[in-house]
Each structure stands twice: as C-alpha cells, then as structure tokens.
Design a binder for this molecule. Structure first.
Ligand code: HEM
Length: 547
C-alpha cells in the first residue's frame, strides 16, 4: 500500500486561510444580497459592515447619518457586523415605534443578546433589558423612586449643595483668564449630584478634578481633604464611566472580535474589571445602607435617597409609595437594587452633563438669548442673589427651560432611539419579521420642515408657548426623552437639575468660550458627548471673589 505524505507548510497554510476567507466573504455578501426587503445603504465592508463608521466619521458621525438621510430618504439600513439596523425618520413609523400602548410590538430596545450575555446583564436592568417582564419590574421601582415629590425636592437641595462646593473651588482655583474644560466640570458635577441622590453616598469627583488641575488649590489646603477617600471615590467613578462606555462595545462588537483580536480582547478585559469593581463597591454601599437602616430606631426619619427607597420597598420601613403596588409585592434583592441603581446612574450622569455643555456653547454664540436668560434668573433672585434655590422657584424659570429644549432640539444628546419588533409588522408597506431592529435618528426629526417653522434657526421662543410645546411633545416632533412606554423615566429629574445648574451658574458667574471660532466638538457612543469645551469662568461683577 502506498502512503502519501502530506506536507503542510507556510504556503499551504496561506492557501487554506485565503480559501476560507474567500468563502466567508462570499457567504457574507450572499446573505447581504439575498436579504429580505433590501433597503438602500452604502456598500458594507465584509464582516463588519458599517461598524466602524462612527470612528471613521468620529466628530461628525451625526452629519454623516444626516447625509445618508438626504441621499436615501426616510428609511435606509446600516450593518453592524451581521446585525441590520433600519434607520427611520418618517412620522408614521416613528409614531408606531414609540406607541404608548401596552400592546405595542415595540417594547424592546436592543436584541443582540450575545454581548449582553457575555457581560452577565442579559435580561437585567432597564436600558438594555429585552425581557419585558423583568424590565417592567425594574422600571416600576425606578420610576416610583425618582418621581416622588420628596425625592424631587431633595434633588434641588442636593444640586445646590454640590454646586456650592464647586463654587468654592472656582473661587480659589480659577483666575479670570484661566482656560478650563467645561466638560470635565459638568461631568464631575453631575456624577457627584446623581451619586448622592441615588445612593446617598458623597462622592468627591469635583474635588478630585480640581485637585488635579489646580495646584493653587492644593497649596491653599482650603479644606482638609482625605486623600484616601478622594482616591476611593475617583476609582468608583472611573470604573463606572469605563463600564457605561463599554456597554456599546459589548452591544455591537461580535464575540469573535472581542475574544480573538488582541486589542479588542484587552478592551473587553478592562470593561470586565470595571464591572467587577463597580459591582463590588455598589454591593458594599447597599449592604452598609441595609445595616444603617436596621440600626435606625423605627420612629427616626430615614433620608430620602433612591437607595433607601429601594432597600425599604415592600417592607415595614418603606418611606415611599413603592410598596403600594399590587403587582410587585416582594422586597428587592441586593442584585436587583444594584441593577436599578446602575440604571439611574447610567441614565442620569452623562446625559445631563452633556446637555449642560451644549447649552453653554449655544448661549455663548447667542448673546441675546443668554442675556434674556440671565434677566429671568436675576428677576427670580432679585431680593437676594445668594439665597438658596428652592423647588418652588423652578416653574418660574420658563425661559431657561425653553433654552434647554431648543438646544436639545438642535443638538440632541441622545440622537438615537432604538426599538426591536416582538412580532411581524408592516412598515413602509412591507412585512418585516419579528426581531427587526429599528433606529430613530432624532436630528432629522428635530429639523423636519413639516414640524418646525424655520428649523435651521436657533429660536428659543418656539418653546415658550405652552400649547405649541405640548403639540411638539405629543406628536413626537421633539424626542429628546424618547417616547412611549420606554420613554426616559428621569426626564423630570433631569429638567430640575438642569434648570438648577443653569440658574446657579449664571446668577453669579459668567461662562465664556475660550475660542469663539472653535467648533463644538462631540463624539458618539450611546449618547453624544461634548469634548474639549474650553471656557473661562468669571465671577459676574466680581461679587463672588469677595464672598
Ligand atoms: C437631559 C438628560 C436626559 C436625557 C436627554 C435622557 C434621554 C433618554 C432617552 C432618549 C432615553 C430612551 C427613551 C426611549 O427609548 O424611548 C432614555 C432612557 C432612560 N433614561 Fe434618560 N435621559 C436623561 C436623564 C435621565 C436621568 C436623570 C435618569 C435617571 C436618574 C435617566 C434614566 C433613564 C433610564 C433608566 C432609561 C431607560 C428606560 C427604559 O428602558 O425603560 N435619564 N433617556
């Protein structure tokens, strides 16, 4: 019998890999060309499709999508690996996707479970939860906790307290001509506010930022900072930021890329480590709070943060209406609480910080609007410029609210609202199967000529008229908060905070752009984040320097 010896050298290996690669590419494009209901799109790259467009177009990814809209119209597709996403901006489709009916076929936001399973968050929390029952359960607790009037009032006091702390650093750390990055300020500020409001824990992110950038502050030792506590707090907030930014990575990067390409594997490891740190620290915070509550006499009032509400929910120590719910009657486990807390932190920190940055930028470019807003703030505090701001002051800040809405119309911090169908449905006169992914691209809707008079104009007055405003929100013309049953549950809290922060900033300070010619820089992940917003922060009439 003759034995054939097969020698397998570099050449054979190369030929085999090339053949496999060619077959995979053919397979990829075969699936692409035979897809059901093809829609227009730029030609996708093999395997990754348009996955890296956001890095290629980085600063102007939204402009790139706007261009695709002008080229292809109200419905087109994009490919993220093997995932097809249908981009829609036509009113009737948007209305369907954002229906507030409990029978809606669009109660799910994402449906690529692979990454979420790897991260251990599949079917947990809210934002990325695609198990409707578990989402409903978590949403019920989160919404009730952050919508009670006690909590909302607390949010004003909390914003005020942390803002006052930041003002102290501004006073001693900044000269009139100091150029500083407003994005760092706003993110540190909202991190400390939201953490305190949600967990009751004092964070030191603002202090830590200023200790880093202001040597003068270090020298002055105006406060006895406990370096260990500051470092601990900074570790938690960094882990949190890394984890939240990493969700996008797990959502859209295929498992084989994350597991086998070295640089991606390193990123994946980093995100796992951030998650571990975050879970460990939040676990400790929850345990400590449970103990504190147990040790607090029953007739003593408990503080009103969200964690306390969640820990006491459906127990005899409950401090809110959460336990009046007939459907959810059991106390929450530590893991459930941790997941809800992460949602509130994740939903509340970056979004609010970025809106504030965008407002600062637009005000600097529209001095008439800025003056009118400052006039409203000055009138509110005309008796005493330094009195505390109260919950009852906020309804009077009508122009401030209009500024926030108009800035969010022209520069939405959440430009994408995603939905996945749970059943087959007709959209654009064709039948789409269940599990089709849709993305509403809000900048196009926010600039639709059929909804808005002169949409290209920055016009705050369009949000002064209450009836006009109502019409725009009800008809999904302004979708800064999304819509339907998954609409942002933190919208009321966010608006309170934003109005407070604007009033507190501009009643005593002026914020100018360091370079008026510099364009607004931003980058996109789950939200649109302002980048490198260089400003000068000066006391108005020098009054704050001497107080
Ligand atoms: C200016 C600030 C904010 C903006 C622009 C914003 C925007 C949004 C948008 C567009 C959505 C998606 C809605 C949809 O799919 O229909 C959303 C969801 C969400 N937001 Fe906000 N948000 C803000 C502040 C907050 C705050 C302060 C919190 C909580 C403390 C929060 C918590 C959440 C949560 C948990 C979800 C997921 C809801 C669900 O899936 O049921 N957000 N937000």
């Amino acid at each position: 019998m003759e034995i054939y010896k097969v020698s397998f050298g570099v050449y054979e290996l190369f030929m085999l890999s090339s053949t496999l690669l060619t077959i995979s590419i053919i397979n990829y494009y075969y699936r692409y060309y035979t897809r059901k209901n093809p829609l227009p799109a730029p030609f996708p790259l093999p395997f990754v499709g348009h996955l890296f467009d956001d890095s290629i177009y980085s600063n102007n990814f939204c402009d790139h999508l706007q261009l695709l809209h002008s080229k292809y119209g109200d419905i087109y597709e994009q490919w993220y690996g093997r995932i097809r996403i249908i981009f829609v901006t036509k009113p009737e489709y948007v209305e369907k996707l954002l229906s507030a009916s409990t029978k809606s076929k669009y109660l799910i936001r994402v449906s690529n479970p692979e990454g979420l399973k790897d991260l251990g968050v599949y079917g947990r929390g809210l934002l990325l939860n695609n198990d409707v029952n578990s989402w409903k359960y978590n949403r019920q607790f989160l919404s009730q906790a952050i919508l009670t009037s006690n909590f909302l009032k607390e949010s004003v006091d909390c914003t005020q307290a942390i803002f006052n702390e930041m003002e102290e650093y501004w006073r001693v750390g900044l000269e009139d001509n100091t150029v500083t990055d407003f994005t760092e300020w706003s993110h540190s500020l909202t991190t400390d506010i939201i953490f305190k409001l949600i967990t009751g824990k004092k964070m030191w992110t603002v202090a830590s930022y200023f200790l880093n950038v202001s040597p003068k502050l270090k020298l002055m030792k105006m406060k006895k900072f406990d370096e260990k506590i500051i470092n601990e707090s900074s570790k938690i907030s960094k882990a949190f930021q890394r984890y939240i930014a990493g969700l996008d990575f797990f959502l859209y990067t295929p498992g084989w890329v994350r597991n086998y390409i070295p640089s991606f594997r390193a990123t994946q490891r980093e995100i796992f480590e951030a998650q571990r740190l975050l879970y460990e620290n939040l676990g400790k915070i929850i345990q400590e709070r449970r103990k504190e509550i147990e040790n607090t006499p029953k007739d003593e009032k408990l503080r009103y943060d969200m964690l306390t509400q969640l820990v006491t929910a459906n127990t005899d120590r409950s401090i809110s209406d959460i336990n009046n719910n007939q459907e959810f009657t059991k106390p929450l486990s530590d893991e459930d609480i941790r997941d809800i807390v992460i949602e509130a932190l994740g939903g509340g920190i970056d979004t609010t910080a970025n809106v504030l940055c965008f407002v600062i930028y637009y005000l600097a470019h529209h001095p008439d609007v800025k003056n009118r807003m400052i006039q409203e703030i000055d009138e509110l505090f005309s008796q005493n410029q330094n009195r505390p701001i109260t919950y009852d002051d906020l309804p009077q800040l009508i122009y401030c609210e209009a500024v926030i809405k108009e800035v969010s119309r022209v520069m939405p911090t959440t430009p994408f609202v995603g939905r996945v169908s749970s059943e087959p449905d007709r959209i654009d006169n064709v039948e789409w199967e269940a599990n089709t992914r849709y993305m509403i691209f809000t900048p196009v809707i926010h600039s639709n000529k059929n909804y808005w008079n002169e949409p290209e104009k920055f016009d705050v007055n369009r949000f002064i008229d209450v009836d006009e405003q109502k019409k725009h929100s009800e008809k999904n013309h302004l979708i800064m908060w999304g819509g339907g049953l998954r609409q942002c549950p933190g919208r009321k809290l966010a608006m309170i905070e934003l109005k407070c922060m604007l009033a507190l900033t501009f009643r005593n300070w002026d914020v100018e752009l360091a370079d008026m010619d510099s364009p607004l820089k931003s980058e996109i992940s789950i939200v649109r984040s302002a980048k490198d917003l260089k400003v000068k922060i000066k006391p108005r009439n020098n009054k704050m320097k001497n107080t």
